[in-house]
Ligand binder design. Sequence first.
Ligand code: MG
Length: 251
Amino acid sequence: MIKFVRFDAGEGPVYGVLEGDVVTEIEGSIFENWAKGKNKYLLKEVKLLSPCEPTKIVCVGTNYREVVMKKGESLPEEPVIFLKPSTSVIGPEGKIVIPEGANEVNFEAELAVVIKKKAKDISHEEATEYILGYTCGNDITAKDFMEKGKPWTKAKCFDTFMPIGPCITAGIDGKNLGIRMYHNGNLVQNSNTSDMIFNVPQLISYISKIMTLNPGDVISTGTPPGKGVLKPGDVVEVEIENIGRLRNYAY
Ligand code: MG
């Protein structure tokens, strides 16, 4: 298991590996070949950034069985997907800006998959080799701007509406990870990725048959039940087993 981070130690963004409380800058690319360099820092000395810079984020709608069961609906036959722009991404400790006129901003704890190499028309059997690793995602939505039958773009695409981080964990399997959301310290979502309707390889295959996935692109795989309304000053933390906690503040 390797934890990649992107960070700034005062001289701009660089990539590193996180071991305990120590961040070691790497040489090369996390997507291809890399090696540990000589610069080391304590975690508390650096500012963690979003762990990658996606060209797009592909989000998956209803993808937890428990959500469907609670609504009394039948399971979807294919994934529901939508996009978030690269400009919606923020990193750990970043501020989620509540837009003017939005009174019902929701958070969603999601397992986010980071793509390792260009993926087009991939079968689900091949999909695993296109995964760099996993990070925590928080799919923020301004429900005020979500109208039935209309595109979700305004509700989903504001700047700061896609926190990701704190690290990308490589070398783990995404199919059985505890996933939780804390809202001002209260546990409001608590599930396991094994409850997903479409698993990660199926999602990569499905999406890659529609659009090319680039290295660093993110697939946010949907959220388990539980929600709350985000108000200025609130803190939200997504916690996923083997990855860590992604903490952000509403502003
Ligand atoms: Mg979502």
